[in-house]
Design a protein around this ligand. Sequence first.
Ligand SMILES: Nc1ncnc2c1ncn2[C@@H]1O[C@H](COP(=O)(O)OP(=O)(O)O)[C@@H](O)[C@H]1O
Ligand SMILES: [Mg+2]
Length: 206
Amino acid sequence: MDQVFVINPKGGCGKTTISTQIAGYYANQGKEVLLADHDAQKSSSDWIASRPSECAVIRCKATTPEQSFDAAGADIVVHDMPAAWTLKQVDEVIRDGDRLLIPVLSSPTDIKACLRFIMGLNREGVMDKHVSVGLIANKVRPNTRYFMVLQSFLKRLDLPMIGQLRDTQNYIRLMDRGLCLFDLPESKVQRDVDEWFLILNWLDLD
Ligand SMILES: Nc1ncnc2c1ncn2[C@@H]1O[C@H](COP(=O)(O)OP(=O)(O)O)[C@@H](O)[C@H]1O
Ligand SMILES: [Mg+2]
């Protein structure tokens, strides 16, 4: 069983959006996917509740980071993490080989919060586990000053920026309709699907 954790204490950076896209992609690949919704806001659970019945099935479990749950039968567990959690809560859950994805927005506040979060991960020993950590620049508006600031910040970290997702209403619509990009004909969302190739390649769970 593979595990992907989508983590960043900053609200609104794209954890649920990215978790649902990843869950939807692998479900469309025929994998048994369990979406673990750890956030009290239950946005992933709302997304699943609106998912049309003809779409690839995704199991969703509303839970908390420290609560154990039955993942039997799942090929992939995608953890949509809450804003607040401590290492103690997930220490037993994060295992060698897991993927940790950190979405980050290009604003000074988000960059500072992200840096503090990564320092915390380091301090708590998460980086000492054999996990793969990747950053995703989200809601990107290329050619803005703050996107360039984010790029130069990420270059200085010893962590890969594994992809970037543009700022588009598509994600807002998909969230509302219980869909992901990979449920739609590729030609309709080609630009966004193209951005996902790098991220999915890095995850390498096919
Ligand atoms: N790339 C994007 N382009 C436009 N809107 C986005 C994008 N990513 C996320 N959003 C929107 O931003 C809001 C916050 O995203 P969400 O995934 O809920 O963040 P989090 O789970 O980290 O709080 C949602 O309304 C979502 O639809
Ligand atoms: Mg969320």
